[in-house]
Design a protein around this ligand. Sequence first.
Ligand code: SAH
Length: 221
Amino acid sequence: MKDRFDIARLDMVETQIRRRGVFSPRVLDVMALIPRQEFVPAQFRNEAYADKPLPIGEGQTISQPYMVAAMAESLELTGSERVLEIGTGSGYQAAVLSMLAREVITVESRTTLALEAQERLTDLGYANVHVHNGDGSLGFSETAPYDAILVTAAAPEIPRLLAGQLREAGRLVIPVGSQENQELVQARKTNGELKSRELFGCRFVLLLGRHGWSRPGGEPF
Ligand code: SAH
């Protein structure tokens, strides 16, 4: 039997995602499976499938469903990849990636969010996701290189260490621009260099840290 969340989720996939041009059958199938209501705070459960980002605490957000799907599609995953995500947040995007790739390593700078996301992902059975607490603007060199890297927070430019942690022919997807407006950029490593193209305009919370934006007081996060 389908519950109200299942019905809302199928409607989300059709009206917000497929109709706007995300056609990858694997991405659409995964978006139709993952219980987004488990990744949002209790008071927002009824809005879990709404066409917008939602607050997850500490001034951060879970991205809009369309954005999650479009970013996942632009990583061009086939199932065999090791993927690095920067900005775990709720863990929802990591859950989506975990069903499209072999393994997901995700880095979150806020300790509470990192701990909550790891617990949530483990409870829900996403065993191939590993959450680390730290400054993801440095990438995560311990388990590099990666077949794909996704940054889910806005950066002033592509953090320079990330290119070195990407395998040849790997894809890097990241919102780049000002603090108010960014372009989602898809870069591909070709002959050791990143070749970038802009996908569409977007607005994300800020990537802080060493190779992100700095806070006025100078603290990293
Ligand atoms: N992908 C998330 C949404 C991310 S919101 C989801 O599916 O819910 C962006 C996240 O990036 C926030 O949680 C923020 O704390 C985190 N962040 C910002 N700067 C960071 C950095 N330098 N390293 C790691 N995470 C960072």
